[in-house]
Write a protein that binds this ligand. Structure first.
Ligand code: WQD
Length: 326
């Protein structure tokens, strides 16, 4: 019921699927469930539980007659993963082992795994395609890669498995209702939530991490993807897996990249607010630019992003306004 899970749940329900959410609420809020229900006008099943509680998870899979799993139960702050690596390995790697064991015990073998473009590391070439070498530079990225490798081994050992590992680029934006969006605990690290805090007056200005990169305006460039496009990617992968066993990797990105200043200007336009900013030093570990080659998802899944940077900023602004009033 975190950021990506809540949007994906809405889309799945609206596409006619029955959804049951399993979440320990460590980085999400129980009120999101009520909001998903409001958007979809449907009751959504929910169990509060830890992904590492294999027996509880297996019981839910059996009792709810689940036939496919979307695994988004991961800790995801890159910086924090270097400070608390064991917590990250325990939740992200051990948690994934627990989920697979629960699925085996419940007789399930269809899984969509939330992976990340972070698995690639420093670009050898751009855009990253799925065959680009993988050399993650932080524990979070290594967690994602280890789980991908484990899933590949699993699919070789047992051909019943149907697995899609989705390598997300930079998910941003919110549902068009303004009822759900990204709501990180504590001080945000990522660009869009920081911009949100600046426009809502919680932060005085946006610190731009470096304006001396070798990019047209000197600021870092990323492949921003609307979270509802990302949700569509999960649905497309689930559908495709019905006819395609094995373990498959897909980039989910737009194939385009935008700078920090591009995002800021689009957000100013969408919100009618001016966003104060200052350039500060580069953030350690940041890359000048990366973006996806998203052709594989287009060709096999029939999926590509539909929403523009303006759509992204308009939806994020609606969510921020809504959260200020609630
Ligand atoms: C985007 C751009 C920053 C904040 C991270 C993870 C990645 C993925 C998405 C999970 C960069 C600049 C940011 C700020 C800034 N997560 N920036 N001031 O680092 O591309 O990717 O989140 O899988 O794995 O690494 O995203 O949103 O932090 O930064 O100038 O206050 O905005 O330098 O150029 P990033 P981001």
């Amino acid at each position: 019921m975190g950021y990506i899970g809540s949007h994906t749940a809405v889309l799945l329900v609206q596409a006619g699927h029955q959804v049951h959410i399993y979440d320990n609420l460590c980085n999400s809020n129980a009120s999101t469930l009520e909001r998903i229900q409001r958007i979809t006008s449907r009751d959504i099943g929910f169990t509060e539980g830890d992904v590492r509680n294999t027996e509880k998870l297996a019981d839910v899979l059996r009792n709810e007659k689940i036939d496919a799993v979307i695994h988004l139960a991961g800790l995801k702050a890159v910086g924090e993963s270097s400070q608390k690596p064991i917590e990250y390995y325990a939740n992200n790697v051990q948690g994934s082992i627990s989920l697979i064991q629960a699925m085996q015990s419940a007789g399930l073998s269809t899984l969509v795994f939330s992976s990340s473009a972070t698995v690639y590391g420093d670009p050898v070439y751009l855009p990253y395609d799925e065959d680009h070498p993988t050399k993650p530079t932080n524990p979070y990225g290594r967690n994602k890669l280890q789980v991908e490798e484990m899933l590949r081994d699993l699919s070789v050992s047992d051909q019943a498995w149907r697995i899609a590992c989705l390598r997300y680029f930079n998910p941003v934006g919110a549902h068009e209702s303004g009822l759900i969006g990204e709501d990180p605990n504590g001080i945000p690290n990522n660009l869009m939530p920081v911009i949100g805090q600046v426009v809502s007056g919680k932060l005085a200005a946006l610190n731009i991490f470096g304006d001396d990169y070798d990019t047209p305006d000197g600021t870092g460039k990323r492949d921003y993807i609307h979270v509802m496009d990302l949700a569509e990617g999960h649905l497309a992968a689930l559908t495709w897996l019905e006819a395609n066993p094995g373990c498959h990797i897909f980039n989910l990105g737009s194939g385009d990249s935008f700078s920090v200043l591009d995002l800021l200007r689009h957000f100013e336009e969408a919100s009618g607010q001016s966003i104060p900013y200052q350039a500060v030093g580069r953030r350690p570990g940041d890359l000048p630019e990366y973006y996806a080659k998203a052709d594989k998802a287009a060709k096999l899944l029939g999926w590509k992003t539909k929403q523009s940077l303006s759509d992204i900023c308009e939806s994020a602004w609606l969510w921020i306004k809504h959260s200020q009033n609630n």
